[in-house]
Structures are given as C-alpha cells and as structure tokens.
Design a protein around this ligand. Structure first.
Ligand SMILES: Cc1ncc(C[n+]2csc(CCOP(=O)(O)OP(=O)(O)O)c2C)c(N)n1
Ligand code: SF4
Ligand SMILES: [Mg+2]
Length: 351
C-alpha cells in the first residue's frame, strides 16, 4: 500500500475560498514519508499557497521524477493532473505538456538527486527555455529513497550519518538557474512556512521559468551534526536577503515602510511582490549581483534564502517559439491541415 486515503467528510465550518474550495480540497492521501521529513512541510506550503490563490485544483498539472521528493505530489492536490516520470526526466515531460497546452498551471517537483545528479541536463534546458512553470526542488543533500548516499548538492566537507566525508564540490541549483536564465529564482527552507508560502504564490503567477530550491532536511539519513542540510544547521546559517509579501491583482496595499527598505515588483498579471529588504543593498533585479552574493555567502558557510532574482517582464517559451494560444487537442482539421493548394505552394518553394 503506497498511501492511506483520508476520510472525505469535511467539517461544515471549514473556511471556503473564492473558488469554492476548502483547504482539505487541496490535500491528497495521508503521507507515508518519514515523520518529520521536510518534504511534508513543503507539501503543506503548496496546499496553503494554492488555497490562498483560489486555484481550481483541476487547473494544475503536477509532474515529478523519482525519489521521496518526487513521491510527495501524491500527498497534495489530489484533484490535479499528475505525472510521475522516469528518474531525472520530469523537465522534458513538463516541457512537452506545457508546449501542448498553455492553459494549465505547471508545477514541477523534484529532488536534489533527481535534478542535480541524473537530471542535471534536463534541469539546464528547462531553465534556459523559459518554460512557464514553478519548479520546486526538495533539497536534502542525499538520495533519501535509496538510503542516504550523498547527492550532488551535498557540501564539500559535510559528513554522512556514518561519518564519511564528502570531498566533491557541490552543485548549487540556484546558481545554475541564475546562470541559465531562469527569471524567478528563490531559495527557502521547509521549516520557514512564512517565507515559503508567499514565494510559491508569487512563483505560481510568474510568467516564465520560476525556480525555488527548498532546503528540506531528511530526518532519517541527513539530520546529524556534520550535515549542512540538517534542521539545526539551516536554522543557524540561514541568511535571508528579504521577506516577501504577495498581493493578488487589485488588492489595496496599505502597509507603510521606510523609504529604501522595500523593493516593489509588479508582475505581468498585476500581482505585486513587496520585498522587505533584510540586506540593505540587495537588489533582486540584478542577476549578476545575485550570483556574486550567493557565492560570497556560500564561502562563508551561510545559506542565502529569499527571492534572489526576479524579472517581472520576462518572456516564456511560448513567446520564443510563437506557438498557438489554444491547447493543441482543441485544434480542428481546418487549422491543422493547410490544404492541397498550400501544400503545393510549400513544395514548390522547396524545389
Ligand atoms: C534511472 C534510475 N536510476 C537510479 C534510480 C534509483 N533511485 C531512485 S530515487 C534515487 C535518488 C533520489 O534522490 P532525490 O532526488 O534527492 O530524492 P529524495 O529521495 O532525497 O527526496 C535514485 C538514485 C532510479 N529509480 N532510476
Ligand atoms: S528517507 Fe528522508 S527524504 Fe525520504 S521520507 Fe524519510 S526523511 Fe524524507
Ligand atoms: Mg534528496
């Protein structure tokens, strides 16, 4: 048995959102991940974000690869479209789905092994193509599902549960996403829901490739002293550059802040992100500065979190390829078949 169904009965006084759903409608069956696994907290944050945003669950397509992290989508958005791909191949399947139907909201869920080890090539191409999606990695520095081997994001010098030292340099998915042209790049921590929920909300409406790397401790294999992905280590070394307030389009913003302490970003759908600066000079619109900041603080053993970069006017894969707006399965013969005369003209032009 891979999951335990939840009772369908809802308490009559549960809050209902504007789309007519309660928070329970965004859940899935009972999770079978280890108690305390960071991945379950990220699932809870996704549920909260979708509820807050009044998203109809059937409008979401959630895709993942293989791993405990890639199994997590089973436990949220039970009424959404779902696809579990081969290990590390979620990005190409998501790209294909997004190309065929731009009307769904695409949510890619992956692990550090799934994205930074076997799937690193696929990760690179989905970011550089600007696929319109929210891509979340649940990053614990190990292959949890196959019993705790170091993954490619494990820090140099960090120790396994049995005391083995990792001598290899880590892959930083945030650094890679920035370099590859992702237009919304953030890092967060599964233990910081206040930071994570608005980041997910903002990513869901971002047009283009939105990437959130979430440090998500594996309590069974990587939560000991010597690990840089444990709850204690992340709490002690978390260096947030900003806190984000997310406002849906048209909502009045009344809170006042001192000049220079807030960076306001209006996205293409009219939603507003208010970035309350924790590092005075940090500018989330400067890609190169974000890369420098990340490297500098990583060398100091710090984990930089927050919205690191956003381009609110980004273009996406559909703009790059000039694709048709309608889902491909709704196009009739009249559109798909150019007709004999047009075919003759095309053939003539090639002779
Ligand atoms: C092609 C292929 N190679 C290897 C495996 C074995 N395998 C399953 S999950 C996994 C790693 C998962 O690690 P990660 O993506 O970090 O997820 P976690 O379990 O840590 O959340 C591996 C190597 C596989 N299933 N398929
Ligand atoms: S093995 Fe680790 S990653 Fe997998 S469910 Fe357990 S705590 Fe989570
Ligand atoms: Mg992992």
């Amino acid at each position: 048995m891979t999951y335990i169904a939840k009772p369908k009965l809802h308490h009559p006084s549960l809050q209902v959102n504007k789309a007519g759903y309660t928070r329970r409608d965004y859940e899935g069956p009972v999770s079978t991940l280890c108690a305390g696994c960071g991945h379950d907290s990220i699932s809870a944050a996704i549920i909260q974000a979708c509820f807050n945003m009044d998203i109809e669950p059937h409008r979401v397509a959630k895709l993942s690869g293989i791993g405990c992290s890639s199994k997590a989508p089973t436990y949220f958005l039970g009424g959404s479209h779902g696809f579990n791909t081969v290990h590390g191949r979620m990005p190409s399947v998501l790209t294909g789905a997004a190309a065929a139907n731009r009307e769904l909201i695409y949510l890619g869920v992956s692990g550090d092994g799934d994205s930074a080890s076997i799937g690193i090539g696929q990760f690179a191409h989905i970011m550089r193509r600007g696929v319109n999606m929210t891509y979340i990695t649940m990053n614990n520095g190990v292959y949890g599902l196959t019993k705790g081997q170091f993954s490619a994001t494990a820090d140099q010098g960090s120790k396994s549960k049995k005391g083995v030292v990792n001598n290899d340099a880590p892959v930083d998915l945030v650094g890679l996403a920035l370099q590859l042209g992702a237009t919304f790049v953030a890092r967060s921590f599964s233990g910081d829901k206040a930071q994570l929920v608005p980041l997910i909300e903002a990513a869901l409406v971002h047009k283009g490739a939105a990437f959130i790397d979430v440090i998500s401790p594996c309590v069974t294999f990587n939560n000991h002293a010597g690990s840089t992905k444990s709850y204690d280590y992340v709490r002690e070394h978390n260096e947030a550059v900003n806190r984000i307030d997310f406002f849906v389009p048209g909502k009045e913003i009344t809170t006042e802040y001192a000049p220079g302490t807030v960076q306001e970003v209006t996205q293409h759908d009219g939603s507003v992100l208010r970035l309350r600066k924790l590092h005075e000079s940090y500018d989330a619109s400067d890609r190169v500065a974000a890369m420098n900041h990340l490297q500098k603080h990583h060398a100091m053993g710090e984990i930089v979190t927050g919205l690191l970069f956003v381009d609110p006017n980004a273009s996406d894969m559909h703009d790059h390829l000039n694709t048709v707006a309608k889902p491909l399965n709704t196009l009739g013969d009249d559109v798909l078949c150019p007709g004999a005369a047009m075919l003759e003209k095309i053939n003539a032009s090639l002779r």
